[in-house]
Design a protein around this ligand. Structure first.
Ligand code: FMN
Length: 373
């Protein structure tokens, strides 16, 4: 008997099924990072398609965190009204929505370079002086920079709650700020924010504390978490799983398991390509299973989930509590309704990654690049 369509909760957040749309940058915001009508339509269609919880794309909490010109922001009160229209429309279709709070850290250097901005530097845990391309465009953070960013996450969560979001998710994965702090490759600080695992996780803990103090203990705070790096010398899973245990102890309400720093190609990243056979699917399943056995908070599995039978098996075997999908929803926003209606054909998404390479990376609004039906 499937429990995929059972009602469940993440803390105070009630969900109608176990399907999550994982955070997806859609290049639909305007040049200031504000919500657009196109974006409201995009999210409304998604909510109408049956998914229980939608995680927005990266939404920066302070201008120093921005990485492209067309992702959303929540760094001032001016953004609340547009976001409220978006959450209202999603709620009217019966889905819940959480905003993914984001800071790019060092990765903002790419945008500064592209725009030839030389009077601002991207903020990194450490200046490594090993990156000839970006050396001029980033610097090591002072403790004041760190404290300012932590407070910006807390303030952003207040705005998120006011805008009607049901929860927030901290982006603690991929190559961005929180992964940069956790990775021994990119964090070489010798103060309280570097060195031991506890120190490299201090920003995660302090950010959670600031958010909960400002929005209340009951407001759900999720984290997408990179449990290993795809680069030699980076975070190993043996340390990543210990880190996941700490996050549960700190009081995060749920953890979505992904990778930390990306390697050189898609195979060493969160979006592996060519998921064309069952063996290529669910590429974080083994990590998820182990983390689920170690923590007492809900675990979301993301990465290459394409077949209904496999997804059902993941939930039945309790390898995760929720299943989180990105690329399948780009191809078929109503895939959950289809599966619920009994049509269990696998996702039409072939994981070609053209939605990344040919669409959003080219400044185009998110869509499937090869829809042929
Ligand atoms: C176009 C695109 C945009 C993405 N944007 C985000 C994002 O804003 N935040 C995030 O955490 N992950 C982002 N991801 C990664 C997905 O959330 C997900 O972790 C990854 O694609 C694996 O899941 P999938 O196999 O279901 O696509 C993005 C992926 C794609 C393809």
């Amino acid at each position: 008997m499937s429990t995929l369509f059972d009602q469940t909760r993440i803390g105070s957040l009630e969900l109608k099924n176990r399907f999550v749309r994982s955070a997806t940058y859609d290049a639909l915001a305007d040049a200031e990072g504000k919500v657009t009508e196109n974006q409201i339509n995009f999210y409304t269609k998604l909510a109408n398609g049956g998914v229980g919880l939608i995680l927005t794309g990266i939404t920066n909490v302070i201008p120093s965190g921005k990485i492209t010109m067309d992702h959303n922001s929540i760094h001032s009160d001016d953004y609340v009204q547009g976001l409220k229209q978006l959450t209202t429309s999603v709620h009217q279709k019966g889905a819940k929505i959480a905003v993914q709070l984001f800071h790019a850290g060092k990765d903002r250097a790419g945008l500064l370079k592209a725009l030839n901005i030389t009077d601002e530097k991207a903020l990194a845990p450490s200046f490594l002086n090993n990156d000839t391309e970006y050396n001029e465009y980033y610097r090591s953070m002072t403790e004041n920079d760190i404290l300012k960013i932590i407070q910006a996450f807390g303030d952003a969560a207040v705005r998120a709650k006011e805008a009607g979001f049901d929860a927030v998710q901290i982006h603690g994965a991929h190559s961005y700020l929180f992964s940069q702090f956790l990775s021994p490759l990119t964090n070489q600080r010798i103060d309280n924010w570097g060195g031991s695992l506890e120190n490299r996780l201090r920003i995660h803990h302090e950010t959670l504390k600031d958010i909960k103090e400002k929005v209340g203990e009951d407001y759900p705070v999720l984290i997408k978490f990179g449990i290993y790096d795809g680069l030699p010398g980076g975070l190993k899973f043996s340390e990543g799983k210990k880190a996941a245990q700490y996050l549960a102890e700190f009081g995060f309400d749920a953890i979505e398991v992904s990778n930390g720093l990306r390697g050189d190609d898609y195979e060493e990243s969160e979006f592996k390509a060519k998921i064309d056979c069952p063996e290529r699917e669910a590429y974080f399943r083994n990590y998820c299973r182990e983390i689920k056995s170690l923590v007492n908070i809900p675990v979301l599995m993301v990465g290459g989930l394409r077949s209904f039978e496999l997804i059902n098996d993941i939930i039945k075997k309790k390898d995760a509590d929720y299943v989180s999908l990105c690329r399948p929803f780009i191809r078929e926003p109503d895939i959950v309704n289809r599966w619920e209606s009994g049509n269990s054909r696998k996702s039409k998404c072939i994981s070609c990654n053209k939605c990344i390479d040919d669409i959003v990376m080219q400044g185009k609004q998110l869509c499937c690049a090869i829809i042929d039906d």
